[in-house]
Design a protein around this ligand. Sequence first.
Ligand code: SF4
Ligand code: SF4
Length: 199
Amino acid sequence: MDFPDEKAGIEPVRLGYDSQFKFKCHKDIKCFTKCCRGINIVLTPYDIIRLKNRLQLKSDEFLSIYTNVELLEKTDLPVVTLGLVGDDEEKACPFLREEGCVVYEDRPTTCRYYPLGFASLSHKEGADDEGFYFFVNESHCLGAEEDKEWTVKKWRKDQGVDFNDEINAAWTDLVVRKRSFPKNVMLTEKAKQIFFMVS
Ligand code: SF4
Ligand code: SF4
């Protein structure tokens, strides 16, 4: 799951499952690993389980070493984000090394979606509101200049997004539902704590 990046001023152009785009990411590309710096990655509950298992840590150990808790924009829900490391200008994902991502097979859902983002009132494929995808066109990313064609559907399958979304479905529904509430509908601190605990 992802949302249009309002901070980056990205105008979402609606893409469907069969929409086509060009993209290829590889180790010899000039921008290699630039997308893993200066980012804000929200971790879903399943992302956390995969990462903590990969690192052979308990959940609380993983959370305290690698993550921060933030209130998700427009929802006021407490979520877990990856904590970046390094100096201010080059702050990077803690799993980034010179050779690339060291947790690639268990990378978070947001990393799998990229360069696509997703916006919806419901995550479910085939639901009345099937949402829409948009291309995250960031100037540092040169992948769109490469000559490899995808459809959204093929990209989701190739990157394992379908699988992750299925497992994250109930959590995603809660987040997108809260996002659709009128601004004056506030959650109590207790409700936020329960959401965080259940997540
Ligand atoms: S092509 Fe884009 S996704 Fe791939 S390494 Fe470069 S910036 Fe990252
Ligand atoms: S988890 Fe891997 S792919 Fe995602 S930002 Fe970190 S290094 Fe990059």
